[in-house]
Design a protein around this ligand. Structure first.
Ligand code: NI
Length: 167
């Protein structure tokens, strides 16, 4: 297993729309394991392949307290959503920034697992928020894009400065 480099906003590659995975191969399973390791090490509760510069539709999520409930979602689709919830979100690609975002409160999701089998589940709370946040990544969208133009500009300036200082 290996730790992967996480792209940092405002890297343009974060705006790539990821392609569906046609077959779940050993390479895909290896990438999923590396993504999970990278997410746990960060530490974070979710990571999309987009964030490690692999533009295929796969995300890993673990919102459990004991970090023992890893979910891998391949080609995830939101089948239904309802309600509304506002939660302060953060992102491993946008370090140090936490801002409120409005999302659906309940969702029904369909995805493939690492055996290539379809599964379906309903989610609410942090899991529902996280799934929506990560699917956005696969569509090339970073959570700061829900904020005002002014806030986005401030965040971009701050991160560019941070990245310059740590280079
Ligand atoms: Ni994120």
């Amino acid at each position: 297993m290996a730790l992967l480099k996480i792209l940092q906003y405002p890297d343009k590659r974060l705006h790539t729309v990821a392609k569906p995975i046609e077959t779940v191969t050993d390479d895909i399973r290896r990438l999923a394991a590396d993504m999970a390791e990278t997410m746990y090490a960060a530490p974070g509760v979710g990571l999309a392949a987009t964030q490690v510069d692999r533009h295929i539709r796969m995300i890993v999520i673990d919102v459990s307290e004991d970090k023992n409930h890893l979910l891998t979602l391949i080609n995830p689709v939101i089948l239904a959503k309802d309600g509304e919830v506002v939660h302060e979100e953060g992102c491993l690609s946008v370090p140090g920034i936490y801002e409120p975002v409005t999302r659906a409160e309940h969702i029904k999701v369909r995805a493939l697992n690492l055996d290539g089998l379809t599964y379906q589940f309903e989610a609410e709370g942090l899991l529902a928020i996280c799934v929506q946040h990560e699917i956005d990544h696969l569509d090339g969208k970073v959570f700061v894009e829900y904020l005002s133009r002014l806030k986005q500009d401030r965040i971009r300036t701050k991160l560019v400065k941070q990245q310059r200082e740590t280079m």
